[in-house]
Every structure is written in C-alpha cells, then in structure tokens.
Design a protein around this ligand. Structure first.
Ligand code: AMP
Ligand code: TRP
Length: 326
C-alpha cells in the first residue's frame, strides 16, 4: 500500500515560485511513490474577507495551475474543499474535542489577527481545526507543508490522539514533512521576508508572469555591494537568487559557483531569468490549454471530489457513530 499524502493550498492571491519550489513541485514529483490528495481550501480562504467573484476565479486558477504543474488526475486527486461537506461537519465535531488553550497557542492566528484591519472572525481562530478535519478525513500518513504550517499539523496530531484516547482508534495520526532545500524562498525586493502571495508584485515571481515581467523583477532584485556570486547566507539577496537558480536547474552549488566565478550579478540575473522563463514556459502553455475550455477544470474538479468523497464519508460516519450522533 502506498502512503497517503494530503496537502492543501489556499485560493487567495497568485501562486508564486515559492509555492512551486517549496510545495507544488514536490507534490508532482512524488505522485508515483505516494497516494496524493491535494485540496484547494476555499473554506480556509473565507476566514478572512474575500470578494465572491474573485474567490471563484482563483479557486479554478489554483486548481488549473496544479494540473498544469504536472499533477496528473489519473494518479492524484485534486478537489475543492467546499465540494465535500464532510470537511465542515467534521470540523464542528473536532471543535468540541479541542481545548481552547491549544488554540490560543497558534502563532499564525496571532500574526494574522494583528495584521487584519477588519474585525477578526471566529473562523480565523478555528482555521487549524478545519485543517485537522481536512487531514484526518482521509487517513493521511504524511502532510508536506512549509515551516509556517508545522504547528497546525502538530495540533492535528494532538486532536487525533485525544479523540482516539477517548473513543478508541478512529483517526490515523499523520506525520509532518518539511522539504529541505527551498523550504523558504525569499522576496526579491526584501530578501529578509518570505516570498508570499500577499506581498507587492515586485517581491514575487508569479507562475503566470510573462517573460518580460520575470526579467524586470529579477533585474530589480535587491543584492548587495559585493561582487562575488556565492551561496552565502550572510548575503540574503544573492543567496536567494542562487537558490532559485539551483532549484530550477538542478545543478550542484559548486558547479553554480564555478559557472559564475568570473561573472557579475547582472550575468546571474540574466541567466536566472533564462532558466526561470524556460522552466515556467511549459507549465504556462499547459495552463493555457487546460483553461481554453472553461468547463474543463470544473469537470476535472468534480471528478476529483467524486473519487475521494466516499473516503471522507466513511471517516465521518465512523466518527459520528463513536460520538453517538444520529
Ligand atoms: P500558502 O501560499 O501560504 O497558501 O502556501 C502554500 C504552500 O506553499 C505551503 O506548503 C507553503 O508552506 C508553501 N510556501 C508558501 N510560501 C513559500 C515560500 N516563500 N517558500 C517556500 N514555500 C512556500
Ligand atoms: N493552511 C495551509 C496553508 O495555508 C493550507 C491547508 C489547509 C493545508 N488544509 C491543509 C495544508 C491540510 C496541509 C494539509 O498553507
């Protein structure tokens, strides 16, 4: 039996090369090894205010990009969270088994609620329990996420263990998996900040950026006043550009440093633009093909949900039985 891997991605903002190198690329590469489920988490998105029409468009766009990045609907499942009602229902039940004290420790909630101007919703506070429901519904063995989501997966484990301790073995307790290289791609303007969907566009290379945009952003990327092109963490700008180069080319660090030995930052930026444009080209072409017929993505998503819904419903039925519901 292959191990089941579950991961989620929010349909907010635009998907960028940090998402691609830190998450999506690993998901696509591991398809034959694992039984992969990828969820576009629209219920998580509404924990902060969203424009309804934009949310709908983004949900399809993110799904389209996952397919375009090589996630094969024959091998893996891609579906939209709100298409399977069991996510919301299990969240409610798990809420009743999650101590407030555990939730108050969640650092992402603290950060997000400080940043948010509008009043913070109960949903934002409850976000990690919805994430636990996502993971636990599918008997997940492993959850590949970036560093920022580790605490939420640990909470998922705690909730599963607590429920199992009360009602007997019900949930599989998942492991968290953090990718090693490229776990944190930094911004281009401010390389001390993570590249993220909510940042300004100069900070971020989006998967659907045109070659001209990509070139302009790399050319403007912050570096330093030195000249040597080296992987040196004390020089975050150059180091980040080199990590992106490394991940797009698959070359070793010594080879890369040797290649730029007698060259300057402008050469690095030019070559980096070339490899990123070439790396994203096929993905962008597949995306355009897939979205030429707007209903195509919808039918792939409906198939994904239909394929995996019975697993979610079986877990939910067992949980309700254990708790004495119905
Ligand atoms: P998010 O954009 O926060 O919805 O994240 C989607 C996935 O991409 C998660 O697994 C994140 O941890 C990962 N991710 C987001 N930003 C970066 C980044 N700058 N570098 C590497 N991985 C990232
Ligand atoms: N909260 C995750 C993020 O913002 C997305 C997510 C939702 C997720 N449910 C999940 C990730 C379940 C892994 C497993 O990145």
């Amino acid at each position: 039996m292959k191990k089941r891997v579950f991961s989620g991605i929010q349909p907010t903002g635009d998907i960028h090369i940090g998402n691609y190198l830190g998450a999506i690329q690993h998901w696509a590469a591991s398809q034959s090894e694992f039984d992969n489920i990828f969820c576009v988490v629209d219920l998580h998105a509404i924990t902060v205010p969203q424009e309804p029409a934009v949310l709908k468009v983004k949900t399809r766009e993110v799904a389209g990009l996952l397919f375009a990045a090589g996630i094969d609907p024959e091998q893996s499942v891609i579906f939209v969270q709100s298409h399977i009602e069991a996510h919301a229902e299990l969240t409610w039940i798990l809420n009743c088994f999650t101590p407030m004290g555990w939730m108050r420790r969640m650092t992402q909630f603290k950060e997000k609620s400080l940043k948010q101007k509008a009043e913070v919703s109960v949903g934002l506070f409850d976000y990690p329990v919805l994430m636990a429901a996502d993971i636990l519904l599918y008997n997940t063995d492993a959850v590949p996420v970036g560093e920022d989501q580790k605490q939420h997966v640990e909470l998922t484990r705690d909730v599963a263990q607590r429920f199992n301790a009360i009602y007997g073995e019900t949930f599989r307790v998942p492991a968290v998996v953090i990718p090693e290289v490229g776990a944190r791609i930094m911004g281009l303007e401010d390389p001390t900040q993570k590249m993220s969907k909510s940042e300004s566009s100069g900070q971020t290379i989006y998967l659907l950026d045109s070659p001209d945009d990509i070139r302009a952003k790399f050319m403007r990327a912050t570096t330093d006043s030195l000249r040597e092109v080296r992987f040196d963490e004390a020089r975050p700008g150059i180091c980040n550009l080199l990590v992106i180069y490394e991940l797009f080319t698959g070359l070793g660090r010594t080879d890369i440093e040797a290649r730029f030995e007698r060259k300057g930052y402008a050469d690095l930026k030019r070559e980096l633009t070339e490899v990123v444009v070439a790396g994203l080209g096929p993905l962008q072409a597949r995306y355009r093909e897939l979205t030429a017929d707007p209903s195509h993505i919808d039918s792939l998503l409906a198939e994904g949900a239909a394929k995996i819904r019975p697993v979610a419903e079986k877990t939910l039925a067992l949980v309700k039985e254990r708790v004495g519901l119905g």
